[in-house]
Ligand binder design. Structure first.
Ligand code: ADP
Ligand code: MG
Length: 680
């Protein structure tokens, strides 16, 4: 008897070769197979009488083979089988190329259903290479067919037939992770039915029912996972930090905090004094001064004798934070170090030793901070910057290096409350909705490529005045298929043909960390006039002398991403500009470019982004650190998400340790483990 864990080799037609191909799709067992959902569907339910076939129409025709098929050899290697089929309205001439077996497959006088594209020439109706099956068999015709994402060596038909067999063998073995009462309360169908219908839906309604159930299940497990994490934190108590005096800190700043910064700091101080671990998200637009807010918390931790770790998503950003914070912290007598993957063995050893002994009170770095060999004497505060780039587990991994440390998360991406709950668990939120005084608007223009000569002239003038510029082109994608304007080539042309007298530097995501850093450092030091880049400059890099941001193919970026990029200029005292180049004239693009030109308010831009694109794309691909959702799509399942969150909360209230729901516990673990594996 097959089980869910039985190898796919069990399926008829799946031998060693195809099993190998299926492995590429991560399909090993029957459970994997039937959990491999279609990406789309083809509706083959339209039946036509022969006379009613429209030219070019794809439809099913049920007709009788009027005579035995004939076989013609047109030329070497090309065989035609022809057969005439008739119904009460007319005749259909069917031709098969290189499917010689059709000659024996179709018998005169029998009824078949043909599915294919009809051609009409005068009164003659024809189909070439249609699908054929006996009338009423309805395995490939007369129904909605799944369309699967494929891989070499596996055809759509093989996939479809395999899944069909897989379902027949073990649909009834699928355990249902959803408790009966949850299913009842939220009107969700059974697992087996959902699996049947997601692959082979009877109609649109049953497909919707199946989708809703499976999406709910995903969101429910996700919500359980997030809530378990946050409940675990809530139960904890910890000694309040004993010294929250920030007088010296305020005194050492060259400016006073904005009202919004001060509010955030006060909220943090209240958390730190509460006797429970802080769990706070600070959201603030680019340039709103989040770093200083984090610094205030770091100072409190250090004064109370506890260590701080600040984790940034890239080496460049970690280094910049270090350069900005180290003088401030050390000026206050707080020893501080940088730890990234680029550290030499000797430096690294010194930092590790300092953290272990407690000599270092603050460390700023990348993922290197969560390496297994990093131990802290007494980690009291964890700060993560640009959080949506980290997986949930990475944040926990850093927290796990301390005894219930306080957690502060900084994000420049404003997100709606429901999504925030999903991504950050039950974090408290502080919003910095005010920029430091004296910031000027970044003038933003959207133009077509025809304006390039004028833009180049403008760049030349700015650079002659001593400024610097960024030029961003589309990302070099992981698969290399999409680098329309590969950065290096773009930079070369710019250097050789447009600006031979200027210094053009170039940085992209495929460069090694250290290489990248060297280029960025050179640009920051004024050794290059123009930095051609992919979006690696998106996060937090600070070059106050740069005043122009030119973005090629601007339509290919999300609004929030454009806003982040734009935030790289206007960081000094000089008037700054952003030029968005796109030849895409679609309504949507024009609307998005208009938003960019009209407002500099990141929260408004995020709202518009969400409205125009939906949260599915909101963060860019998989940047939010959530497990990948197979069925649920946050852009239209918001209501379902709320329902799932409620159900998760209710279940955890009844069974906080999930002792009575081992399957839910297991599935949740699997979901999060899978996501950690794919995060970078
Ligand atoms: P964010 O991380 O929110 O994008 P930063 O913390 O990098 O912003 O701050 C941006 C710039 O503003 C930094 O150069 C910082 O020194 C400066 N800054 C921060 N707070 C203030 C303030 N209250 N007044 C003036 N300048 C400030
Ligand atoms: Mg920042």
């Amino acid at each position: 008897m097959p089980e869910l864990s039985t190898s796919v080799r069990y399926i008829k037609g799946i031998g060693e070769q195809r099993a190998k191909s299926l492995e590429k799709l991560r399909i090993f067992t029957l459970r994997d197979l039937i959990s491999y959902f279609p990406r789309d569907y083809e509706d083959r339910r339209t039946f036509r009488k022969i006379r009613d076939l429209e030219p070019g129409e794809t439809a099913c025709v049920t007709a009788m083979a009027a005579a035995s098929p004939t076989l013609n050899r047109v030329r070497k290697g090309m065989e035609l089988v022809k057969v005439r089929a008739v119904d009460e309205t007319g005749a259909l001439d069917v031709t098969f190329f290189n499917q010689t077996y059709m000659r024996d497959h179709i018998r005169a006088g029998e009824h078949y259903t043909f599915f294919g594209k009809a051609e009409v020439q005068g009164s003659r109706r024809t189909m070439v290479n249609p699908l054929v099956e006996r009338e009423n068999s309805r395995t490939m015709t007369g129904r909605i067919m799944p369309v699967y994402p494929l891989t070499a060596g596996i055809s759509q038909l093989t996939m479809t037939r395999s899944v069909e067999q897989g379902l027949a063998a073990c649909r009834d073995l699928l355990p249902d992770p959803l408790p009966d009462e949850v299913r009842r309360d939220h009107q969700l169908c059974h697992t087996g039915y959902a699996y049947d219908q997601i692959h082979f839906p009877d109609d649109e309604n049953t497909l919707a029912i199946a989708r809703r159930r499976l999406a709910f299940e995903e969101l429910f497990l996700l919500a359980i996972g997030m809530q378990v994490l946050s409940r675990r934190r809530e139960e904890l108590s910890c000694a309040p930090l004993r010294d929250l005096d920030l007088t010296a800190f305020y005194g050492s700043l060259p400016f006073s905090l904005t009202g919004a910064q001060q509010r955030a700091v006060d909220e943090i101080l209240a958390d730190l004094a509460s006797g429970r671990p802080m769990n706070r998200l600070v959201q603030g637009d680019v340039g709103s001064g989040k770093t200083m807010v984090a610094a205030a918390a770091m100072v409190c931790a250090a004064r109370s004798g506890r260590q701080t770790a600040l984790m940034a998503p890239t080496e460049i950003l970690a280094e910049q934070h270090y350069k900005g914070l180290a003088p401030l912290l050390e000026g206050l007598g707080i020893p501080c170090a940088l730890l990234t993957g680029a550290a030499r063995a000797k430096e690294r050893r010194a930092v590790l030793e300092g953290l272990e002994s407690g000599r270092l009170q603050a460390v700023i770095g990348t993922h290197a901070l969560i390496s297994p060999d990093v131990t802290y004497r007494d980690l009291g505060l964890v700060v993560t910057d640009e959080q949506h780039r980290f997986g949930v587990g990475q944040r926990s991994a850093l927290s796990a290096k301390g005894e219930r440390p306080h957690l502060l998360v900084m994000s420049a991406t404003p997100i709606p409350r429901t999504l925030a709950l999903m991504i950050y668990g039950d974090l408290d939120v502080s919003v910095i909705d005010e920029l430091p005084p004296g910031r000027q608007r970044i003038d933003t223009f959207a133009v077509t490529g025809a304006y390039r000569p004028r833009i180049y002239k403008f760049l030349a003038r700015e650079i002659a005045a001593g400024r610097q510029a960024y030029m961003i082109c589309s990302m070099v994608e992981e698969n290399g298929a999409d680098d329309r304007k590969a950065v290096t080539e773009y930079a070369r042309v710019l250097q050789e043909q447009v600006f031979p007298q200027l210094r053009v530097a170039c940085v992209h995501g495929r460069m090694k960390g250290r290489e990248k850093e060297a280029v960025m450092a050179a640009f920051a030091g004024g050794e290059a006039d123009i930095l051609v880049s992919t979006t690696v400059v998106e996060v937090g890099v600070d070059v106050p002398n740069a005043t122009v941001m030119v973005i090629e193919d601007a339509d290919r970026f999300g609004l929030s991403q454009l806003h982040q990029l734009r935030g790289r200029v206007g960081r000094g005292k000089h008037k700054s500009y952003c030029v968005l180049i796109t030849d895409n004239r679609s309504e949507e693009t024009l609307a998005r470019m208009r938003v960019m030109a009209q407002t500099g308010d990141g929260f408004r831009i995020a709202e518009e982004d969400l409205r125009l694109r939906g949260p599915g794309d909101f963060f860019g691909r998989r940047q939010h650190g959530l497990p990948a959702l197979k069925v649920a799509d946050l852009s239209w399942d918001m209501a379902l998400l709320k329902e799932a969150q409620q159900a998760a909360r209710a279940l955890l209230d009844r069974d906080p340790g999930l002792e009575d729901h081992p399957l839910i516990a297991q599935r949740t673990r699997e979901l999060f483990e899978a996501s950690e594996g794919t995060m970078n």
